[in-house]
Write a protein that binds this ligand. Sequence first.
Ligand code: ZN
Length: 333
Amino acid sequence: MLTPTADLLNQASVAGFHCVTLSTPLPVGDVNVYLVDGDPVTLIDCGPRAPITRLALERGLAALGRSLHDIKLLLLTHQHLDHHGLAADFVHEFGPEVGCLDLLASYLERWPTTCAADEDYRAARMRRHGAPDAVLSAFMARAASRIAAADPITVDRRVADGDVIDLGRIRLRVVHRPGHSPTDTLFYDEDAGVAVVGDHLLMRISSNPLLALGTNSSPHFRPLREYRASLARTRAAPFRLLLTGHGVPVGNHVDLIDRRLAQQTERSAAIVEGLGRESRQTAWEIALALFGSETATKVPLLCFSEAIAHLELLEDEGQVAREGLDPIRFVRA
Ligand SMILES: [Zn+2]
């Protein structure tokens, strides 16, 4: 008898989607990519640029009777390095076509400018919201290595939300679900009810609504507001199986989304509670209170993104207001 996870992965394989789990040297750990038995043979995401990742990809494909030579189309789910960093090397050596959402294409074709602009924007937001200089300089030092960890790629197939990518017996609907990043894309086989979802929804951890620059069509990206709207749309869709970018697949997305929405509501309540009646706190101080100073100092962007995303939502709801400019502080409204 198969475990529930093995059973879901087996169902995915029957539908033509094969999970390859790649080791990475990044703090995030393993990343999942998917070989799709279509015409052309397709890979969804390729992992970061690192020797152990590349080796894992070659071995994973070999176990499926394939090699990098066989991949004729590379589809990408979103703009984060752990999902696409290897793409430029892969295209250079093996020449697959690359396909992704038009917004993502604009981002990846202009790397490193786009990535650097994102990192500058994040540092500026953290500074305005009270993050100390030492945290910011360590963040910018790590940002420089993130910017250097990929090269620009040319995207052959720019697709838009709602388009269909025809892979012969498999047809993938392109579904834009911003929130975790502005470019999050699901590739959805409507006949099988199977979708590859990147980091839009993960089984064991909540997807961070990461601070990011917006796009031309939506310049001020409000991660949590967008993410909650995207989750509501995903909740309403008849998915049978979601194949995730990290960890195990999701078989019952409605229950998981309800749990995630409830956790967000709890976190918002904890922030309002922590603000008390009289206190004025920066978003950085709120991040410290939520996650502790060790974690906030180690992964400041994750912790700060979480705090500021909830504060923006609470502002929209009229529960908190901001005061001052340098730094900005929040009070109960
Ligand atoms: Zn991501």
